[in-house]
Design a protein around this ligand. Structure first.
Ligand SMILES: Cc1cc2nc3c(=O)[nH]c(=O)nc-3n(C[C@H](O)[C@H](O)[C@H](O)COP(=O)(O)OP(=O)(O)OC[C@H]3O[C@@H](n4cnc5c(N)ncnc54)[C@H](O)[C@@H]3O)c2cc1C
Length: 444
């Protein structure tokens, strides 16, 4: 059995490791066009925060670790064509081209940062640092820039804004919506974070879409409908997209350019699976599928494709878009539906807030929490947390409550640990359940 995986990042590596374990007799090939594997896209943050000495250290796996498990890793090897009938890939290595046969194929070629809508976004000083060559260029350019535009106010843009403000740069963030991280948080939860960033000097240009970028002698001009902004360089922080020209139209795709897969992650072609950032995933809270490019989806789909490769045994349960980050002094985390998304949900929803202060000897800071639930059944649909204490892990408990379709009552009564040094007497996750129940009772 010859299993070939294309793309050696989160999805491809997790697929390769899972395939290796499940089919010890199979020959497993992992093809990657770049010269290294396992680079972490958050490497820029780690480097500028001096958590690593060299950005090359921002990796989740090395060649040696992978090869030790008996996987044939081929770096500098780009797949440029596919013949699904013959079960052949056309592969380019240096200047040579050859055919690579497969019995089972997993496409894990992910995404990159590009936009057809913003002319000039390919300019050299428009920085994209998802991959290693990109981050090297970004570090050098950002070090030599003072006035920097950040295009997009999602996770990548908000984190870049925070980082660059801390480095003393003049940062202007452009976002077409009217607040940061709108996909994950409701406005009132983000407000204190945004105010803190503004106080540190970040300038927000909300409701201002970037339409074009022009290069000038020493920098860039960012064109929006409202203004022409001159800067030294820009961080391109819009959504990532797959680039699948190599499939030669032999695998069915959605109009957004992602690969169509069934519940078991098989594509329209038999024996070809697709995972990670090149597919849409079912959104577990509605009947729809969306493009949710996150590492956890890449890892989970990678492992699942391995599971379903020979026999379709386990469908993918989907994503509820769980995210955590730190901006300024604030840790922020979100899972599931926001209140602003109520219009897209077919049942009436309600929301409650909790502000939890520290109790007894536990030194944690105040936590602001929000719970979103179905009005009638009280099923938990989403949650958001903001605090100066590191509450990020708490969101995983809330994500499980959403995935497991728990109700407010179950959440309010869930078990938790208490210890005088390390925990509050009341756990914020239980408190969110209690707050939801109280608001239902008040309304009744
Ligand atoms: C700056 C930044 C920060 C991010 N931070 C986070 C975060 O904190 N948390 C989070 O959940 N997500 C984060 N993301 C999103 C995350 O990076 C992606 O969801 C994740 O990388 C997807 O993994 P993947 O394996 O599907 O694809 P990718 O990571 O895109 O990897 C695809 C691989 O395939 C290779 N490849 C592509 N085409 C070919 C070809 N034709 N032949 C051979 N090889 C090919 C590529 O070189 C690449 O190595 C961030 C993204 C960016 C841009």
């Amino acid at each position: 059995l010859k299993i070939v995986i294309v793309g050696a990042s989160f999805a491809g590596v997790s697929a390769a490791l899972a395939v290796r374990q499940k089919y010890p007799q199979a020959a497993v090939y992992l093809l990657e066009k770049q010269a290294m594997l396992g680079y972490l896209p958050g490497g820029l943050q780690l480097y500028f925060k001096q958590e690593i000495d060299s950005v090359a250290a921002a990796r989740f796996i090395t060649e040696e670790q992978l090869q030790a498990s008996g996987i044939h890793l081929k770096l500098g090897t780009e797949v440029v064509g596919l013949d699904a009938q013959q079960h052949l890939l056309k592969v380019k290595q240096s200047e040579a081209e050859y055919d690579q046969a497969y019995d089972k194929l997993i496409l894990a070629t992910g995404s990159s940062q590009w936009s057809q809508n913003i002319s000039g976004s390919q300019a050299e000083k428009v920085l994209k640092y998802k991959d290693f060559p990109g981050v090297l260029q970004a570090i050098e350019t950002l070090e030599n820039s003072h006035k920097i535009a950040v295009i997009g106010g999602g996770q990548i843009g908000a984190e870049a804004c925070d980082l660059l403000v801390k480095k003393g740069k003049e940062v202007h963030l452009f976002e077409r919506m009217d607040y940061l991280l709108f996909k994950y948080f409701d406005r009132e939860m983000i407000q204190p974070v945004q105010e803190a960033l503004s106080q540190q000097g970040a300038v927000f240009h909300f409701e201002e879409s970037v339409e074009a970028i022009e290069e000038e002698r020493d920098g860039l001009v960012i064109q929006t409908q409202q203004s022409a902004f001159h800067c030294d360089s820009a961080v391109f922080a819009l959504n990532v997209r797959p680039d699948l020209a190599y499939l030669s139209n032999q695998v069915a795709c959605h109009i957004d350019g992602t690969i169509k897969v069934d519940a078991y992650l098989e594509t329209s072609q038999k024996d070809i699976f697709a995972v990670g950032d090149c597919i849409q995933v079912p959104y577990s809270l509605t009947e729809e599928a969306f493009y949710i490019p996150l590492v956890n989806n890449a890892v989970r789909t990678g492992m699942l494709a391995a599971e379903n490769l020979i026999e379709k045994v386990t469908p993918f349960i989907g994503s509820i878009r769980t995210l955590g980050t730190k901006l300024g002094e604030y840790y922020l985390a979100s899972t599931g539906l926001t209140e602003a998304e109520a219009a897209f949900y077919d049942q009436p929803i309600a929301a409650s807030h909790v502000i939890q202060s520290s109790t007894s000897f536990f030194k944690g800071a105040e936590i602001q929490g929000k719970i979103i639930f179905e009005k009638q059944t009280q099923r938990v649909l989403g949650a958001q947390l903001v605090s100066k204490s590191n509450i990020l892990e708490k969101i995983n408990t809330l994500a499980l409550a959403v995935q497991a379709k728990q109700t407010l009552t179950q959440l309010a009564q869930k078990d938790y640990l208490y210890h005088a040094n390390y925990a509050n007497i009341f756990d914020i996750t239980n408190q969110l359940g209690v707050a939801g129940l109280r608001s239902v009772a008040d309304e009744d």
